[in-house]
Design a binder for this molecule. Structure first.
Ligand code: NAP
Length: 248
């Protein structure tokens, strides 16, 4: 039976690269997106043109009702979920903590942390051998920001990724006996649209010379690590992290 994978935020950047690679690895891919329907459908069309299978489903992962509906669609249209990539994430304009208001902090934590918890909850209920499932694998997309702190740029975003690191360790131990592995990747300085949301589209090129590898990263380089962690080659790995930050 073809394995079903959900990639949240699969319409652009790292999520889109992971969706394409997952399809090439033989998965039936659910490309979740928030607002950019055109981008999501383009990813689905590219996958289908290469002989793969994919559907696009809109859902704001920070909303419980949207997440429940997303998994209902997967159940009804695709079959039992085998893999989840908690990739959807946001950041906002670069600013110091002293200027951040509560509305911004709540948006960041809702999308990056609550969204990952809700999707993992729905996936665990379906994957767990304790609940009659077949097991599965989850990869959370954290960030090197959880180690580095993003001072002067977005400490709120970095802290949300710190929460994802702790979530990865805790959930991995909670479900290890239930046939589910939970790991994370910690990328940084990857060429995607996200840096424009922070107000600096050219951020990766500004920083790259200060990195040990002297270059930014590409979404496919993160996708490769995600797909390895999901694969049977990583069968004895859970609660672990792969750094993809050019040596920083
Ligand atoms: P991106 O190019 O800005 O893409 C973000 C994706 O997330 C889009 O598909 C977007 O959907 C989706 N999304 C945003 N909010 C959502 C929500 N509430 N519900 C569902 N989907 C939502 O970002 P990216 O750089 O690929 O980042 C992907 C992940 O990697 C994020 O978790 C990010 O924190 C992490 N990361 C990125 C970097 C980097 O350097 N780029 C570094 C470290 C970690 P729409 O297309 O519909 O807007």
């Amino acid at each position: 039976m073809i394995k079903v994978i959900l990639i949240t935020g699969g319409s652009r950047g790292i999520g889109a690269a992971t969706a394409r690679l997952a399809a090439a690895c033989g998965y039936y891919v659910c490309v979740n997106y928030h607002k950019n329907q055109t981008a999501a459908h383009t990813v689905v069309e590219e996958i289908e043109a290469s002989g793969g299978k994919a559907i696009a489903v809109a859902a704001d992962v920070s909303l419980e009702s949207d997440v429940k509906n997303l998994f209902k669609i997967i159940d009804e249209k695709m079959g039992p979920i085998a893999a989840l990539v908690n990739n959807a994430g946001i950041l906002e304009r670069q600013m110091k903590v002293e200027d951040m208001d509560a509305a911004r902090l709540n948006r960041i934590l809702a999308a990056n942390v609550v969204g990952s918890f809700l999707c993992a909850r729905e996936a665990v209920k379906r994957m767990s051998i304790k609940h009659g499932g077949q097991g599965g694998a989850i990869v959370n997309v954290s960030s090197a920001a959880s180690r580095l702190g993003s001072a002067g740029e977005y400490v709120d975003y970095a802290a949300s990724k710190g929460a994802i690191d702790t979530f990865t360790i805790g959930l991995s131990r909670e479900v290890a006996e239930e046939g589910i592995r939970v790991n994370a990747v910690r990328p940084a300085f990857i060429y995607t649209d996200m840096h424009a949301d922070g107000g600096e589209p050219g951020r990766v090129d500004r920083i790259k010379e200060s990195l040990p590898m002297k270059r930014g990263g590409h979404p496919t380089e993160v996708a490769n690590a995600i797909m390895w962690l999901l694969s049977d080659e990583a069968s004895y790995s859970t609660g672990t992290f792969i750094e993809l930050a050019g040596g920083r």
